[in-house]
Structure formats: structure tokens, C-alpha cells
Write a protein that binds this ligand. Structure first.
Ligand SMILES: C=C(CC[C@@H](C)[C@H]1CC[C@H]2C3=CC[C@H]4[C@H](C)[C@@H](O)CC[C@]4(C)[C@H]3CC[C@]12C)C(C)C
Ligand SMILES: C[S@@+](CC[C@H](N)C(=O)[O-])C[C@H]1O[C@@H](n2cnc3c(N)ncnc32)[C@H](O)[C@@H]1O
Length: 363
């Protein structure tokens, strides 16, 4: 009889420990940076739950073709597949990273959240933002940067993203944060924006224009909507001067980054200023913000190994229970592999997600 009492006690203890841990990681746990999504809320964005697996397979086959040498730059289908990509990843990004979908240099003694905000608030200084200014955020995500920049400057930010689900999320976060009077979000294509010529006092894009098949097209559109004399700053994803296109290992790392981040083709750091000049901008300055004394931006990715495995277990169980959409596990596995390629790119010094270029539209 004693044996059965002890077995029952052990069983109940296990239920409490594992059940409590499962409840925590599925219903309460969110990114340390900001409370966003929990695991039980993971969805396929604007995709119906039963369409997530199909959406992932369509995305993967399209961008895999690009890796096999097909020229995605020529494809006018890229924006639609980028939209599919963000339907698939937006909730996982919010759950596992936060409301700012970009990297930042690590800052010793600072939290990820503080380092992220400092990286975003740098835009205020670069554009010399003033209250009342009307500023464009091209590729605004769920609005993490726009809220930081609006709060820091008092400027009015208009964000545009191709993904309708992100518009909903951004508007909800803007309202929750009390910044909806300064922050507006529009669903549209930054290659053809619904804004008048010469209608913004400044513009920025943070790790977004890398999705444009031709950088010239998005730069030309941003140039069009800027008032003469106003500034544009962009944090670009580029290969660095250490990248060797003849080195198979380098090529594999960059292809892995392109596949896992919906990129039609990473550009070289050498091309950015030339493209900006071609559309009419004056280039004020350029700088790879990842270069020392900045601390590695990819440390945060590397610290996630155990977290990634835990998250994999959580999404697998939730998908098996039918709570998370089928296909979320495939998306999560894709992101796990992508994190590895990004960290390798950072370690090798062949890739940077923060090549900053500051431009000015002549008077
Ligand atoms: C600018 C872009 C996105 C940059 C980053 C916000 C994201 C790039 C890779 C993403 C992630 C990789 C691993 C995920 C992990 C497996 C999961 O458990 C939790 C979320 C991740 C950490 C996720 C978070 C966002 C990224 C770091 C590109 C798309 C232009
Ligand atoms: C990696 S996210 C960065 C979001 C935001 N800048 C941030 O740092 O959190 C890239 C963003 O660019 C947007 N995007 C990509 N291609 C686009 C296009 N053609 N038109 C409008 N937005 C686009 C995506 O929808 C997404 O919101």
C-alpha cells in the first residue's frame, strides 16, 4: 500500500511540474523584450489555419528556386511571397523576439530591449526629427521602431507594410502604448506607395528594403514622396567586403540567409550608395553599424540554442494538439536553420544587417 501511495505522489508531482511548466511556456511565456504573443496564440497571420502548411510549402518552393539560380529579381511575384512569409513568421517573431523585427549591436550592461531602442532612436538623431514632422517608415513590421521613434521625437510616423496582419498587430500595439495619435499604419507596397509626391519631412527603413527585388525601385519611390531638402536613412542587409563569391562556404551561408528570410538576393555593400545616387539622392554618409567597437549583433541568436529546442517542443506539442496550425513546426524549423546561417554570416564577417546609409533629397 505504501508503494502505491508513493507512486501516486510521484505521479501527481510530475503532473504539477510538467503541467505547470507546459502551461507557463505555452500560455504565459513571451519575449523578454516586450509582451506580445504566447505560444497558444501562434497563428498563420492572415492565412486560414488549415492553409498554413500549404502557404509554407508554396513559400519554400518559390524561394528555393531562387537559390537554384533562378533570377528572383525579375519576378514580380516577390512581394506576394514576402507577404506569405510574414503571414507565416510574424507571430513566431513576436513570441520569440519581440515587436522590433531587426537586429541591434549588443551593448555590454544593456538589455536586448534597451540595445534595440538605442538602435532605433539613432534614427531620430540621423534625421534630426522634430515634433510635428511627418515621417515615413518603409516596411514597418508590427511597429516596434515607429513607437520608439515617435516616443523619442514627438514626430508623426506613417508606417507602410505589405502584410495586412502586421497592420492589425501594429495598430493594436499603437493603441495599447497610447501612441496611436502619433503612429499611423497603412497596408501597401513600398514599391508603389499611396502617398503624394513631396509629402514627407523624412523617411527611414529598418531591415526592410532587402525584400525589394530591385533596390533602385524602392529608393526611387521613397525619393518621390520626400520633400526637397529632407533626409532618408536606411539600415540595409548586405554582404561585406570579406564576402568571396568564389568561396562555396560563403555562398552557402548567404543562400541560407536568403532562403530563410524571403530575400530575392542580397546586395553588396558597394552597391548601395551608387543606387541611392542613381535615383537622385545625395549620400550624406554610410557606415556599417556592426563594425567594432560595436559588439556582435548575432550574440542574441547564439544564446538561443536551448530556447530554440524548448520552443520546438512547445510548437510541436501545440500543433499535435491542434492548437497551433499544422505547418507552424515547419516554419519554426526553417527559422532555427536560418538563425544558424545568420550567426555564421556574422561570425565570418561576410554579412551585416545594419549597413547604414543616410541620404538627402536635394532642394
Ligand atoms: C530583418 C529580418 C528579420 C530579422 C530577425 C527579426 C529574424 C531573423 C531570424 C529570426 C528568428 C530565428 C530563430 C527563431 C527561433 C527558432 C524561435 O524559437 C524564436 C524566434 C526566432 C529567434 C526568430 C526571431 C526573429 C529573427 C531573429 C529579415 C526577415 C529581413
Ligand atoms: C524584417 S521586417 C522589419 C520591420 C520593421 N522595420 C522592424 O524593424 O521591426 C521587414 C518589413 O518589410 C515589409 N515589407 C517587405 N516587402 C515589402 C513591400 N514590398 N512593401 C511594403 N512592405 C514590405 C514586411 O512586411 C515587414 O514588415
Amino acid at each position: 500500500m505504501e508503494f502505491f501511495k508513493e507512486l501516486l505522489t510521484l505521479f501527481c508531482t510530475a503532473v504539477v511540474v510538467f503541467g505547470g511548466g507546459f502551461y507557463y511556456f505555452t500560455c504565459l511565456f513571451g519575449p523578454a523584450e516586450q509582451k506580445g504573443k504566447t505560444a497558444v496564440q501562434l497563428s498563420g497571420g492572415s492565412l486560414d489555419k488549415e492553409k498554413v502548411k500549404e502557404g509554407y510549402e508554396q513559400y519554400w518552393s518559390f524561394f528555393q528556386r531562387g537559390v537554384n539560380g533562378n533570377d528572383l529579381n525579375a519576378s514580380d511575384k516577390v512581394p506576394a511571397f514576402v507577404d506569405t512569409f510574414y503571414n507565416l513568421v510574424t507571430d513566431i517573431y513576436e513570441w520569440g523576439w519581440g515587436q522590433s523585427f531587426h537586429f541591434s549591436p549588443s551593448i555590454p550592461g544593456k538589455s536586448h530591449r534597451d540595445a534595440t531602442r538605442m538602435h532605433e532612436e539613432m534614427v531620430v538623431d540621423l534625421l534630426d526629427l522634430k515634433p510635428e514632422a511627418r515621417i515615413l517608415d518603409a516596411g514597418c513590421g508590427v511597429g516596434g521602431p515607429m513607437r520608439a521613434i515617435a516616443a523619442h521625437s514627438g514626430a508623426n510616423i506613417v508606417g507602410i507594410t505589405i502584410n495586412e496582419y502586421q497592420v492589425e498587430r501594429a495598430r493594436a500595439h499603437n493603441k495599447t502604448s497610447g501612441l496611436d495619435s502619433l503612429c499611423e499604419v497603412v497596408c501597401g507596397n513600398f514599391l508603389k506607395m499611396p502617398f503624394d509626391d513631396n509629402s514627407f519631412d523624412g523617411a527611414y527603413s529598418i531591415e526592410a528594403t532587402c525584400h525589394a527585388p530591385k533596390l533602385e525601385e524602392v529608393y526611387r519611390e521613397i525619393y518621390r514622396v520626400l520633400k526637397p531638402g529632407s533626409r532618408y536613412v536606411s539600415y540595409e542587409w548586405v554582404t561585406t567586403k570579406l564576402y568571396d563569391s568564389e568561396d562555396p562556404e560563403h555562398v552557402e551561408i548567404i543562400r541560407g540567409i536568403e532562403r530563410g528570410d524571403a530575400l530575392p538576393g542580397l546586395r553588396s555593400y558597394k552597391d548601395i550608395a551608387e543606387i541611392a545616387t542613381k535615383v537622385g539622392f545625395e549620400v550624406v554618409k554610410e557606415k556599417d553599424l556592426a563594425k567594432p567597437p560595436a559588439e556582435p549583433w548575432w550574440t542574441r541568436l547564439k544564446m538561443g540554442r536551448i530556447a530554440y529546442w524548448r520552443n520546438h517542443v512547445v510548437v510541436t506539442i501545440l500543433s499535435w494538439l491542434g492548437i497551433a496550425p499544422k505547418g507552424v513546426v515547419d516554419v519554426h524549423d526553417m527559422l532555427y536553420v536560418t538563425a544558424d546561417y545568420l550567426a555564421k554570416g556574422g561570425d565570418a564577417g561576410i554579412f551585416t544587417p545594419m549597413h547604414m546609409i543616410l541620404c538627402r533629397k536635394p532642394e
